[in-house]
Design a protein around this ligand. Structure first.
Ligand code: NAD
Length: 428
């Protein structure tokens, strides 16, 4: 995100345009689907602990709601831009469609660095963001969820503000709530586990046993930690992870040839997914530059941090052994890197398929809230596995039949579903 020349919305539009062209979509459908339906830009004044007022920029973008209310996370990040949120909202539309849940695509963001905000300031920011958008979101319109640097606690503050404004209980307003306060068991694991459910299926198709594979992961936050957990449980070994170092304002990779220990690293990681570098070195991890995660001699790469990480420059350094890239993050791979993967025959499980476990479990959370009956964790994860596995095989089957790159196959399914919904409603 720090690379100012990179525009995620232009990348999302270019991906859409290429598939729309192959599908021969008519001009009306293309015009509608390559732009958001609505977007809101807000100014959020927050009383800081020292008594001053600071105004934060907030966004909510609703890309398409033909298949159901918009759905998508709210991200706190210092480099957030309107175009990042537009891209993420558009990818949410395709994500909900590829797993066939009755929701559209939305996304929110606030330009801020929560590292620098007290919990009180973060609470007032959450409440302020909801106040500026309370008329434009809601269980039947647009439902937020956690994303980068936002947590179940943030979701609960946002819910409380929305319910205070509207004078009633609306547990379906937001997902990713704490368990016991309307949250679903399995939600915190859902995105990372979903990545691994799809990876497991890809390995089966390639006749590779997980226990014979090594992986390298970018990021050590919610998605990454749960992906590593399930990958380890399947027998796979992760030899390198990376994260952002707030103190040095740069990323580092941490490697261990015989495999990183999830529990050990968790014990030296802060709530933003930042690993304590001194403690990591003391535990025998080799500290490497931020981009080193991509050049490891592993079978599988799991980017699970931010967009634009596997790009024309970094992809050149990719290890020779890499066979699969399973995208936990949204938009980690640029079209230039996709071209490289196609040429090298690296199998890609594209972001809006691989990381759809989060929104799928959020949908389960809505269903549970609406019926006021909460399922055991095994039931949630069992249903999640089924949804992800079915979606993976639908995409993989189409890719095989039509000889498509997996990202293009996933786009084909999603675009056709959303286009059909728009057509049936008489919009196009
Ligand atoms: P998080 O805030 O929990 O963790 C982000 C991690 O990325 C942290 O470890 C951070 O240190 C690291 N990071 C940040 N910049 C980095 C850099 N330049 N190099 C290396 N590491 C860096 O966020 P998350 O919820 O795990 O989300 C990660 C990605 O997954 C994002 O693209 C997000 O949009 C996507 N995603 C998240 C969910 C979800 O349910 N949380 C769902 C779908 C997709």
């Amino acid at each position: 995100m720090a690379d100012k020349s990179f525009n995620p919305f232009q990348m999302a539009q270019a991906q859409f345009d290429a598939v729309a062209e192959k599908l021969d979509l008519d001009a009306g459908a293309r015009d509608l689907l390559r732009e958001p339906l609505r977007e809101y830009h807000t100014a959020v004044p927050v009383r800081m602990d020292d008594g001053s007022v600071k105004v934060f920029r907030g966004y909510r973008v609703q890309h398409n709601d033909a298949r159901g209310p918009c759905k998508g996370g709210i991200r706190f990040h210092p480099h957030e831009t309107a175009d990042t949120v537009r891209a993420l909202a558009m990818w949410m539309t395709w994500k909900c469609a590829v797993v066939d849940i009755p929701l559209g695509g939305g996304k929110g963001g606030v330009v801020c660095d929560p590292h620098d905000l007290s919990m009180g300031e973060q609470e007032r920011l959450c409440r302020g963001w909801v106040r500026t958008l309370a008329k434009n979101m809601g269980p039947l319109k647009d439902v937020p969820a956690p994303d980068v640097m936002t947590s179940p606690q943030h979701m609960l503050w946002m819910l409380d503000e929305f319910e205070t404004i509207h004078g009633a209980k609306f547990p379906g307003f937001i997902t990713g709530k704490p368990v016991g306060m309307g949250g679903s068991l399995g939600r915190k694991e859902a995105t990372g586990f979903g990545v691994i459910y799809t990876l497991r299926e890809a390995l089966k198709e390639m006749n590779i046993r997980p226990q014979d594979t090594l992986a390298s992961v970018q990021g050590f936050g919610n998605v990454s930690q749960h992906a590593i957990d399930l990958f380890n449980k399947l027998g796979g070994k992760v030899t390198c992870v990376s994260c952002w170092d707030q103190q040095d304002q740069t990323a580092y990779s941490y490697s261990k040839a015989d495999g990183v220990s999830l529990e050990e690293l968790r014990s030296i990681t802060n709530r933003f997914g930042g690993i304590d570098k001194d403690k990591a070195r003391d535990l025998g991890y080799e500290q490497l530059p931020g981009d080193a995660w991509i050049s490891q001699e592993v079978d599988i790469l799991i980017p699970a941090a931010l967009e634009n990480q596997v790009n024309a420059k970094t992809v050149e350094t990719i290890g020779k052994r890499v066979k699969i890239i399973a995208e936990g993050a949204n938009g980690p791979t640029t079209p230039e890197a996709d071209a490289f993967f196609k040429e090298r025959g690296v199998f890609c499980i594209p972001d809006f398929l691989a990381n759809a476990g989060g929104v799928t479990c959020s949908y389960f959370e809505q269903v549970q809230c609406n019926t006021n009956y909460f399922w055991p964790k095994d039931e949630v994860l069992g249903k999640l596995d089924q949804k992800m596995t079915d979606a993976y095989h639908a995409v993989s089957e189409l890719a095989r039949q039509k000889k498509l790159y997996m990202r293009d196959a996933a786009y084909t399914i999603s675009i056709m579903r959303v286009e059909q919904a728009c057509r049936q409603r008489g919009w196009i």
